[in-house]
Design a protein around this ligand. Structure first.
Ligand code: FE2
Ligand code: FE2
Length: 135
């Protein structure tokens, strides 16, 4: 069973970022598999670390693109990224201290956040990109 399906509506039409989003979906599914098959704690921790690192890389790439194209919605977009990073950092910290475990609730948060962010916040710069004179 696939926890998070790729939705064609996620496509922004910017190849680089569509590939990043696919990879984020894959990592969320990997975390779900770890949860569903009761993987070792350090395995799950490694997946969460990778998800967090990759999300940071992806957000920086988007912000760089938005800055380069003088996208007017950059500031609130960056804040949304930051809030997600803060939440994930909290989760990782709790996990490392052994206080938290990967729950369905956490997985649903990751799934819901990514879905909502791509379909609204990222989709907005996707529309902006389509209106750029040089594509
Ligand atoms: Fe974004
Ligand atoms: Fe994104």
């Amino acid at each position: 069973m696939t926890f998070m399906q790729w939705d064609p509506d996620f496509e922004l039409g910017i190849h680089e970022f569509d590939e990043h989003h696919k990879h984020l979906v894959d990592l969320i599914n990997l975390a779900f598999d770890g949860f569903a098959y009761k993987a070792e704690r350090d395995e799950i921790e490694a997946v969460l670390d990778e998800l967090s690192d990759y999300a940071t890389y992806h957000f920086a790439a988007e912000e760089y693109w938005m800055e380069a194209h003088q996208y007017p919605g950059l500031a609130p977009h960056r804040e949304e990224h930051q809030r997600f990073c803060d939440r994930v950092a909290e989760l990782r910290e709790g996990f490392r201290r052994g206080e938290a475990h990967l729950s369905l609730e956490v997985l649903q948060f990751l799934h819901g956040w990514l879905t909502g962010h791509i379909l609204t916040t990222d989709a907005a710069y996707g529309r902006f990109a389509r209106e750029l004179p040089h594509g």
